[in-house]
Design a protein around this ligand. Structure first.
Ligand SMILES: [Zn+2]
Length: 447
């Protein structure tokens, strides 16, 4: 029989820099290679694309994969489940150390390629393999990777299954059980159920929102919330700005459609908007109306904002970056009066995003909201639903999959303990069938 190890490399003590390794005898599959952005942003003037891995590991920004040297085995594949930076942002710094292909879905693959191209310190030459949801990739004679369709706050997200001679290992980071998505299809419940019936040795699952009671609302609820704020008003002739996650293609697609319904020109503004949305367009995930305008580079942005003010703010719907108050992003620059777009009293600013719970973003966001209010803006905050499963969704997935072992990942210890309480309710026993791992630890699964 083959012995199985699950190695928590990163993302078990914190949010971000996710990386897990599954060891099957002497073959290793890496799941995700993420970046913890707030550890980079806390320093001024860092140019991450020129930095060395060891420096970034020391900052806690990328997973400390130096522990992999102590693991007896060879990495055979690097698998990424979706294109968020906390899942792919470590690739330019770490992937070249492993002679293994990087496997991901088409949209994720395109984002990984952009990451690799913008890297200035290392050259990542790994083979890149595109695998669609529903597909299987044979890694070695005994190990294959299967992708199962999921839903999350970015398109083309999957559950990854590592099939081993000892059974399947399901990696469920990140997901929501959205049965009414506005883009793509609902998660593949049929396959999840059949997988559960076949028997699952272990499930590694995100714990992010496991302490939040109930069920995560569908993206179709967010669609209605945003529509109600944008169209449900008698003050339809004022300036309106929407800000949301540039990578949230489904949300941006809804907002673009609402702009047309409002008789306004949708204008995507900010470098990240340019990257994520144009990539989705190139791959055929999203259609644009003919009148859409997109501006990424700084000089184009200011020119466009000037044009909007000259022609009339009520004729446009700017969709901009900067909802977390990130210095240098578009909305904070508008709030600071650094652009030609001025906020007049009564103008509306819609935050189709939550506040990421870290002291730094909370501080940035507070400053942003205060500056906007001082200029007379009316604020609509949290017009948003989460992309992460809540407690009862976790309960449901756990019961569908019915794994022998469960390991919460992708969260801090408070998030893991919420998951552990829920899993105990489902009959799992901590230290026996339910496992709390910290970064750097390996769990040996023995039959
Ligand atoms: Zn994610």
């Amino acid at each position: 029989m083959t012995d199985i190890g699950i190695i928590a490399v990163g993302g078990y003590n914190e949010m971000g820099r996710n990386m897990t390794a599954v060891r099957v005898g002497e073959d290793i599959i890496i799941l995700d290679m993420g970046l913890r952005l707030d550890r980079v942003q806390i320093h001024e003037d860092v140019e991450i694309n020129k930095m060395h891995s060891l420096e970034l590991i020391e900052m806690g920004a990328i997973p400390d994969d130096t522990i992999m040297k102590e693991i007896n085995g060879t990495v055979r594949a690097i698998v990424c489940t979706h294109g968020h930076l906390d899942h792919i942002g470590g690739i330019p710094k770490l992937a070249h150390r492993y002679a293994a292909p990087i496997i991901s879905t088409p949209y994720t693959t395109a984002l990984i390629k952009q990451q690799i191209e913008s890297e200035r310190k290392f050259g990542v030459k790994n083979k890149i393999v595109t695998l669609n949801a529903g597909g299987i990739y044979q890694v070695t004679k005994d190990i294959s990777i299967e992708f199962i369709r999921a839903q999350h706050s970015i398109i083309d997200c999957v559950f990854a299954v590592v099939h081993t001679p000892e059974g399947a290992i399901l990696y469920a980071c990140d997901y929501k059980l959205d049965r009414m998505p506005t883009m793509g299809e609902k998660p593949d419940f049929d396959r999840l159920k059949s997988l559960g019936k076949e028997g699952v040795l272990a499930m590694i699952t995100e714990s992010t929102n496991s302490g939040v009671p109930g069920k995560t609302p569908s993206e179709s609820i967010a669609h209605d919330l945003v529509r109600d704020v944008l169209l449900g008003t008698e003050e339809s002739d004022v300036g309106m700005i929407v800000t949301t996650f540039a990578s949230h293609i489904a949300r941006i697609n809804s907002i673009i459609k609402f702009a047309t319904e409002m008789g306004r020109v949708p204008v995507l503004i900010g470098r990240a908007m340019d990257n994520y949305v144009l990539t989705a367009k190139e791959l055929g995930y999203i259609d644009f109306p003919d009148n859409i305008e997109i501006y990424g580079a700084r000089k184009d942005v200011d020119k466009a904002l000037k044009k909007i003010v000259n022609k009339g703010k009520d004729k446009y719907l700017p969709i901009v970056t900067g909802h977390q108050g990130e210095p240098g992003a578009i909305l904070p620059r508008i709030a600071n009066g650094e652009t030609p777009y001025t906020i007049d009293p009564g103008d509306r600013v819609i935050f189709s995003a939550n506040v990421i719970p870290s002291p730094m973003t909370e501080g940035n966001r507070y400053s942003l909201e205060t500056k906007l209010k001082m200029r007379g803006a009316r604020l609509f905050t949290d017009v948003h639903v989460s992309g992460h499963a809540c407690k009862e969704d976790h309960w449901e997935l756990l019961r569908i999959i019915n794994p022998e072992h469960v390991i919460p990942a992708h969260g801090n210890i408070n998030m893991h303990s919420s998951y552990i309480e829920m899993a105990e309710d489902a009959g799992y026993v901590l230290g026996n069938t339910l496992h709390l791992l910290r970064n750097g630890e390996e769990l040996y699964i023995e039959e």
